[in-house]
Design a binder for this molecule. Structure first.
Ligand code: KPL
Length: 305
């Protein structure tokens, strides 16, 4: 039986790239009856093997986006430094009322992204602690059950419920929040501590539980809390340090995204993590030596690579 075009359009999602979180989202959407397509630099279908959190395996064929149609809904789970570039490349292929969901580590200014949107296009931010691992280009494993938060950065539209339902299928459990900034700062504290240290030590997250890193973790997190608090997002260092150790324990066997980027000689998100803390701190006149040191050391590591 031919599929109903309006139904299939409602279930149509485009995922940018083939990173671990993007493929996890695509696989879970497919599993939930959606029709995910991939937006790739070199368009070609991906025969994906997906291993769910319950260790069940599923094979699926994910087609790549067609050049001849306008994209209604797109998830953009790319690195922080690639978001603007990805949106620019997508722009001519987007429907005038397209809904865009961005998701990355760290913080980047949203203002330029919002200014470039068509008035009817919606921009959303999704922050996730779901963990996924790609042992090969066509395999993705859901390695850690996390939580996602979704916020709309533009005005409400009639499509909001459908976006929330789809993102719940893709990366839920999902909580919708009206202001994503407090959550971004809380996640920034976790990433500022775990990502550069694990990259510099070339270790799994679990190794950072050693007392050897206690002072550095405390200093990094305390600085993030000072800056966030000064910006109007109050954060307690003791609570944030406890959250870092919770994530270290929950992801003990994982390599952080920055460790993986450094190991693969890819650019890192350090500028959107410790770099963003340093930039905001400078404007506020707050000293953040621990974050500055991590920024400089990761930049030096990348340059040496
Ligand atoms: O978000 C992460 C990352 O690797 O980027 C953490 C929370 C550190 C888990 O590895």
């Amino acid at each position: 039986m031919a599929s109903n075009p309006s139904t299939s359009s409602a279930l149509s999602w485009t995922i940018v790239g083939r990173g671990a979180i993007g493929l996890l989202a695509a696989a879970r959407l497919y599993h939930a009856g959606y029709s995910p397509r991939l937006w790739l630099k070199r368009p070609a279908p991906v025969e994906l093997t997906y291993t769910g959190i319950d260790h069940q395996q599923q094979q699926m064929r994910l087609p790549s986006e067609q050049a001849d149609r306008l994209i209604p809904r797109v998830l953009i789970p790319v690195k922080a430094y690639d978001v603007a570039n990805a949106i620019n490349q997508l722009a001519p292929a987007l429907r005038p009322d397209a809904q865009l969901v961005i998701s990355h580590n760290g913080i980047i200014p949203f203002k330029p992204l919002l200014e470039e949107r068509h008035p009817d296009q919606g921009l959303w931010f999704l922050s996730t602690s779901q963990a996924a691992y790609k042992p090969a280009a066509d395999q993705v494993i859901h390695t850690g059950l996390g939580q996602s938060y979704l916020a709309k950065l533009t005005a409400a539209s009639t499509e909001d419920d459908a976006i929330i339902t789809a993102m719940t299928a893709a990366l839920g459990p999902l909580t919708v929040v009206s202001d994503i900034q407090p959550l971004l700062w809380q996640k920034l504290a976790v990433n500022a501590a775990i990502n550069p240290l694990s990259a510099l030590e070339n270790c799994r997250n679990g190794q950072l539980a050693s007392p050897r890193y206690q002072q550095q973790i405390k200093a990094l997190v305390t600085e993030v809390c000072q800056v966030a608090t000064a910006l109007g997002y109050p954060m307690q260092p003791a609570q944030s340090v406890a959250e870092v150790y919770r994530v270290i324990a929950a992801t003990a066997n994982n390599f952080s995204s920055m460790q993986q980027d450094v190991a693969a000689k890819r650019p890192t998100e350090i500028h959107a993590i410790c770099g963003y803390v340093c930039q905001q701190a400078e404007q506020l006149g707050i000293a953040v030596p621990a974050n500055l040191q991590m920024l400089n050391r990761i930049v030096a590591l990348a340059t040496a690579n």
